[in-house]
Design a protein around this ligand. Structure first.
Ligand code: NI
Ligand code: MN
Length: 232
C-alpha cells in the first residue's frame, strides 16, 4: 500500500491512501491563487475531508466539495455544527486530543496555537492539526496553522512521523526558523513546507527553508509545486 499526497498550494492536499481519497483544508481555484485551475470543487474526488480550522483559506470550498462528493467531513465540534446548518450531511466531529479509527487509518486531533473564526464570523472552535496513522503504518502530521509549540515534542516522543506538512509562511503562523525546530520536535523524517507565497505577507523561499532543514537538522525537505504528487 502507498500513501500519495498531491499538493494544491497553500495548505491544501489531496491524499490517496490505497484508494481511499482525502482532501485536507480545501482551498481551490479560483479562491486559492496558487491552486491548479484543473482541480475544482466540482471535479475533486473525496471520501473524507479534514478541516483543521475555520479560516477561509482552509474552508473556502468545504461546503461545495462536501455536498458534491458526499464525503465525511472530519472537523471540530463548532465547525461541524456550522457545516450541518449549511446542509452538509456527513460530519464527524472531534476535539483536541481525541483519536478515531477511520477506514484509512487512525486520525488524532492535535494542538495548534492559532485562531479559528469562520468566514461569516461564526465561532470556529479551536484550531487543530491532525496526526494520521495510515493503515500501511505511514505516519503523517498535517500541522494546520500553528505557532511552534512545545507540545509538538509529544509527537516526537511517541515515535515521530514519516512526513510532516509544516507552515513556513511566518506572519500568520510559524516561519521557516521555527519550522526547522518543529520538524525536530515531531521527529519528522521528511517535511513538506506549506502555507507560503499565497499572499504578500507570507512570501518565503521554500528552497532556502529546505536547505536550512538539511544543514541544521539533517532532515529531508520536499518542495512541491501546486499539482505535484509525492508518494510515501
Ligand atoms: Ni488560519
Ligand atoms: Mn491559514
Amino acid at each position: 500500500m502507498t500513501v500519495k499526497l498531491t499538493y494544491l498550494g497553500h495548505s491544501t492536499f489531496t491524499v490517496d491512501a490505497d484508494g481511499v481519497k482525502l482532501i485536507i483544508d480545501p482551498f481551490l481555484s479560483p479562491n486559492n491563487p496558487l491552486a491548479p485551475n484543473a482541480v475544482t470543487a466540482d471535479s475533486v474526488k473525496a471520501d473524507f475531508m479534514v478541516l483543521t480550522h475555520g479560516h477561509g483559506d482552509h474552508t473556502a470550498d468545504a461546503v461545495a466539495v462536501a455536498k458534491k462528493t458526499g464525503c465525511t467531513v472530519i472537523c471540530n465540534f463548532e465547525i461541524g455544527n456550522w457545516l450541518m446548518a449549511k446542509g452538509v450531511e456527513n460530519v464527524h466531529q472531534m476535539n483536541t486530543g481525541g483519536g478515531f479509527d477511520f477506514s484509512f487509518g487512525r486520525l488524532k486531533w492535535t494542538v495548534a496555537l492559532h485562531s479559528s473564526q469562520l468566514p461569516d464570523g461564526s465561532d470556529g472552535g479551536n484550531p487543530g492539526g491532525v496526526l494520521i496513522h495510515f493503515n500501511d503504518g505511514t505516519d503523517v502530521y498535517f500541522a494546520g496553522d500553528t505557532a511552534l509549540t512545545y507540545d509538538m515534542r509529544l509527537i516526537g516522543e511517541s515515535g515521530g512521523v514519516d512526513l510532516a506538512a509544516l507552515p513556513i509562511g511566518d506572519n500568520f503562523t510559524m516561519g521557516p526558523e521555527d519550522a526547522v525546530l518543529a520538524a525536530q520536535f515531531v521527529k519528522a523524517k521528511r517535511v513538506i513546507p506549506i502555507h507560503y507565497n499565497t499572499f504578500p505577507p507570507i512570501k518565503q523561499d521554500a528552497h532556502a527553508f529546505v536547505q536550512s532543514l538539511q544543514d541544521e537538522a539533517d532532515i529531508e525537505g520536499i518542495v512541491l509545486a501546486p499539482g505535484e504528487t509525492y508518494e510515501l
